[in-house]
Design a binder for this molecule. Structure first.
Ligand code: HEC
Ligand code: HEC
Length: 370
């Protein structure tokens, strides 16, 4: 019944905790145990180091941007912007994603089929140069020397990696950050108390009606935002190896043939296949009320407008330029009529996916000005 964050490890700034205690998962009801790579087992000390580093802007080339700069706990680890902003004001082409339940995602990022490990994903914000997000490329020695100068942090590295003589390395930074990310589990929303917590009053009448709409064959939301995480494919201890899935939800049709504006062509960006144009991963809808604006490019400002987009069978259908049926569009994007009352109910349901306990704990454990 708890969000894992905060339950499995001690927050103790006096650094008095013992040697490697194995991390104890306490996942919410209805949730499976995340998969952890064999080469990066979870320990309390590694999670604690990762938490400190996540909020630490010394990790960026010029010392100005931390992971949390774009992944803020109060916004379910997003940034409230349509497109993320990195060091020196560089604008990323896409929107920062929520990190809630990121441990379960079969693939990482909006559209990348090959990114499956948190340890690999992180290389992008750290080292990416187009555009630079944290600008660490070529400045690793400088970054590590900044970290080494901090005595408390150095101690944490030694505790987290006791077998290493010189533990302050980029590899260990990355492994600790990944361990911390795996603890960001959100499953304490009113919906969870209703569905898994046997509390029939956790959802009001509107929210229950909204749930029925969400899971209906008319709207089909649950077909893409599926399972306990209301998302695309997930993996966990004991699960089958999931197949990656990406969908074109008819957001754009630049050329009458379904083209998306560059560089955000989705799966097509990685495969070069015409049929992959505009295909993106269905992100989790947990905490969705906190993560506006929406879609890979933040081009839809509100949940009401998101519902208008789906009701119309895709925003591109409004486009008078459309001359041909766009064959990439997912067959589930059929469109539907939604009455004002139904719209209110569906929004009420989406609001019931907000996990205040998760946000509260994340805020309590935020590291300010490390
Ligand atoms: C400049 C803003 C920015 C910074 C700094 C940043 N991120 Fe991100 N993050 C993003 C954006 C944008 C995406 C979506 C990338 C994409 O797929 O195009 C993202 C995606 C992710 C994802 C994938 C989530 C999912 O559901 O697939 C993870 C994990 C992540 N970031 C972790 C981190 C970590 C760890 C750090 C620090 C080392 C970090 N980020 C720093 C902007 C940022
Ligand atoms: C065909 C699969 C599919 C169906 C059906 C579907 N979605 Fe989505 N949804 C997606 C994909 C893919 C994205 C990301 C699209 C993008 O950014 O280009 C998305 C994005 C979203 C977002 C924005 C998420 C974010 O973090 O920005 C919301 C909210 C959303 N969907 C709600 C719904 C609701 C409500 C329904 C039912 C009316 C629904 N979806 C039906 C696949 C689907």
């Amino acid at each position: 019944m708890f969000s894992v964050i905060g339950c499995g490890f001690k927050i103790d700034n006096s650094l008095s905790f013992d040697q490697q205690s194995e991390y104890v998962w306490q996942v919410p009801n209805g949730f499976p145990i995340p998969l952890v790579p064999a080469d990066n087992p979870m320990t309390d000390n590694k999670v604690e180091l990762g938490r400190q580093l996540f909020y630490d802007s010394r990790l960026s080339g010029d010392g100005s941007v931390s992971c949390a700069f774009c992944h803020q706990p109060s916004l379910a680890f997003t940034d409230g912007r349509s497109r993320a902003v990195g060091i020196q004001g560089n604008i990323h082409p896409r929107s920062a994603m929520s990190l809630a339940n990121v441990a379960y995602n079969a693939t990482l990022g909006w559209d990348d089929p090959s990114l499956t490990r948190l340890e690999d994903q992180m290389l992008i914000p750290l080292y990416n140069t187009q555009p630079p997000e944290m600008g660490a490329a070529g400045r690793e020695a400088e970054i590590l020397s900044r970290l080494k100068k901090d005595r408390d942090l150095r101690l944490l590295f030694h505790r987290a990696f006791p077998d290493d003589k010189y533990p302050v390395t980029m590899r260990n930074v990355i492994f600790a950050l990944a361990s911390f990310e795996r603890t960001l589990i959100s499953g304490n929303s009113p919906y969870d108390r209703w569905a898994y917590g046997a509390d029939p009053d956790a959802l009001n009448k509107d929210q229950r009606a909204g749930a029925r709409l969400f899971f209906s064959k008319r709207l089909n939301c649950f077909r893409c935002h599926a399972g306990f995480n209301f998302s695309g494919p997930v993996k966990y201890t004991g699960s089958e190896l999931p197949e990656a899935r990406f969908h074109n939800t008819a957001l754009y049709n630049e050329d009458g043939n379904g083209a998306y504006p560059r560089p955000n062509t989705g799966l097509h960006r990685h495969t070069g296949q015409g049929g992959d144009m505009g295909k993106f991963r269905a992100p989790t809808l947990r905490n969705i009320a906190l993560t506006a604006p929406y879609m890979h490019d933040g081009s839809i400002p509100t949940l009401e407008a998101v519902l208008d987009h789906y009701a119309a069978g895709g925003r591109s259908r409004f486009n008078p330029q459309i001359v041909r049926f766009n064959s990439n569009t997912d067959p589930l994007m059929t469109g539907f009529k939604l009455s004002p009352v139904e719209k209110r109910q569906l929004i009420a349901f989406l609001n019931a996916l907000t996990d205040q306990i998760f946000i509260q704990q994340a805020l309590e454990q935020e590291v300010l000005n490390p």
